[in-house]
Design a protein around this ligand. Structure first.
Ligand SMILES: Nc1ncnc2c1ncn2[C@@H]1O[C@H](COP(=O)(O)OP(=O)(O)OP(=O)(O)O)[C@@H](O)[C@H]1O
Length: 279
């Protein structure tokens, strides 16, 4: 997928995205990382035409999304948002089956697929008959992910999908997504302002400034090892005590790693290039 010189000016004159270009490699997870208001949601919503660019284009397999009817586009691109966006008056199973049903699948087939998806996202099948409000926030987000995957889309758009759940559940959901992605290899665009989440999930991370200005694009390793500028270093907190780590040799081998305030964080047993044959 490619964003080509995309600009979005809202009717009130706000320039949310200014001349943004990006190649999104297939079958990998691209994270758009930036603080509130930098244009992340606008960017992701232009892919499925919830928002149309003022100029520029977005190409999927070399076809401009502007040439595809928005409803058709949304039925073949998965979309997961922060508050899960579930239909409150529909049971979990029917929420997941919504798009396959709209695509003409029989109820039996759509429900069978929905049960498979519940399994994939780690939801007990006993929850199928519940309504969204009878689920925890984390469970609702799992339903949201299942629903996003229901039509077996090649592309999955995720707009701060785990932003509203508590930190422990958030880490669990991130792990589930990584596991799912190992199997399904979707092209994912994942929006977050959480650095740890970006470093965990991104194959490619795009650090954004206001107006969708790209501050840096790279793998998590690239960005942590070599921030392109002060903005990226500060945003990642590389100059803060939490991330400026130090390591001291440890009795019995390995290193004790501490943060910038000297608090112990853990132990490194061996640097990758110093592993012995027996490790
Ligand atoms: N419908 C709209 N009309 C006018 N301005 C808008 C509209 N939607 C978004 N904006 C503005 O565009 C800019 C980018 O907003 P956007 O929601 O894309 O940012 P974001 O990075 O996703 O932020 P957040 O993380 O807070 O959701 C902001 O200044 C916002 O106020």
């Amino acid at each position: 997928m490619d964003f080509q010189n995309v600009t979005k000016t809202y009717p009130d004159g706000t320039v949310a995205v200014d001349d943004f270009s990006l190649h999104v490699p297939s079958h990998t997870c691209t994270v758009l990382l930036g603080s509130s208001g930098c244009g992340k949601s606008t960017l992701i919503r232009m892919v499925n035409r919830m928002v149309d660019p003022s100029s520029g284009s977005i190409l999927i397999d070399d076809a401009d999304v502007a040439t595809t009817e928005p409803v058709a586009l949304r039925r073949r691109i998965g979309y997961v948002m922060q508050d899960s966006g579930l239909l409150p008056h529909r049971r979990v199973i029917d929420n997941i089956a919504t798009v396959p049903r709209l695509n003409g699948e029989s109820k039996a087939d759509a429900h069978r697929r929905a049960h498979e998806l519940m399994d994939i996202v780690g939801l007990d099948s006993a929850l199928a008959r519940r309504y969204p409000k009878q689920l925890s926030g984390g469970q609702q987000q799992r339903v949201g992910v299942a629903r996003g995957l229901a039509a077996d889309p090649n592309i999955l758009l995720m707009d701060e999908p785990f932003g509203a759940v508590d930190p422990l559940v958030r880490v669990e959901l991130q792990r589930e997504l990584q596991r799912i992605q190992t199997d399904l290899r979707k092209t994912i665009i994942f929006v977050t302002h959480d650095i740890d989440e970006a470093l965990t999930l991104g194959d490619q991370i795009v650090v954004l400034k206001k107006g969708g200005e790209v501050a840096q694009i790279g793998t998590p390793e690239n960005i942590v090892e070599a921030p392109a500028n002060d903005f990226v270093a500060q945003f990642l907190g590389l100059d803060s005590a939490r991330r400026s780590l130090s390591a001291a040799p440890r009795e019995g081998g390995g290193w004790l790693v501490s943060d910038g305030r000297g608090r112990p964080l853990g132990v490194v047993n061996a640097a990758p290039d110093q592993r012995s044959e027996t490790d």
